[in-house]
Design a binder for this molecule. Structure first.
Ligand SMILES: [Fe+2]
Ligand SMILES: [Fe+2]
Length: 187
């Protein structure tokens, strides 16, 4: 089973306003995805700690920033649910991967996570399409775009780490990684 697709609601959704018009399959996907985003935040924090423990401060800062962004993504979905009269339901988060053989393995882990996240976003969108839930479709447009960026920086990160083989090039990369991959133009 997909490690990041572990959240399936077992309970009836908590609807705080009877006007909630979220179709049940869409609601269930949104709940799953918001917990998936929190899981991603937790997992990026672990990547950041791995880097910090090896004095790769640039990479640590970069992954910490990603953790913050994933939390913001979860909050976007929470706000959407609240606006539509549903109390978001938080799940227990799985322990993230924390032991890696190399920085390249860390970068590959980031890409695996983003690919899983893209599948999660697509699943929400497909449910919203099937149910003709237009507000959820529009919300997911933002996420679909975001995933294009997220997968692009992962590919770039892997490329840059792979080509940093000579002495000193990894610490040069570490010094510049936040600027290279997370400049102000990107969020
Ligand atoms: Fe995300
Ligand atoms: Fe992401």
């Amino acid at each position: 089973m997909d490690r990041f697709a572990i959240y399936v609601t077992q309970h009836k959704p908590i609807v705080i306003m009877s006007k909630s018009a979220i179709p049940a399959p869409v609601l269930s996907e949104l709940q799953r995805q918001l917990n998936h985003e929190l899981t991603a935040a937790h997992a990026y924090q672990a990547l950041s700690l791995w880097c910090a423990a090896r004095t790769l401060k640039g990479f640590a800062a970069f992954f910490a920033k990603q953790a913050g962004e994933e939390r913001e993504h979860a909050e976007k979905i929470m706000d959407h649910l609240l606006d539509r009269g549903v109390q978001p339901e938080l799940a227990a988060l799985p322990q993230p991967a924390q032991a890696f053989a190399s920085l390249l393995a860390v970068a590959q882990q980031a890409r695996t996570m983003e690919q899983a996240n893209t599948r999660g976003i697509n699943a929400v969108f497909e449910a919203a399409l099937a149910a003709k839930d237009y507000p959820a479709q529009v919300l997911m447009h933002w996420f679909i775009n975001e995933q294009v960026e997220e997968e692009a920086w992962c590919a770039e990160l892997i490329d840059r780490v792979e080509s940093s083989t000579c002495a000193g090039s990894l610490s040069d990369l570490d010094r510049h990684i936040v600027k290279l991959l997370a400049g102000d133009e990107k969020d």
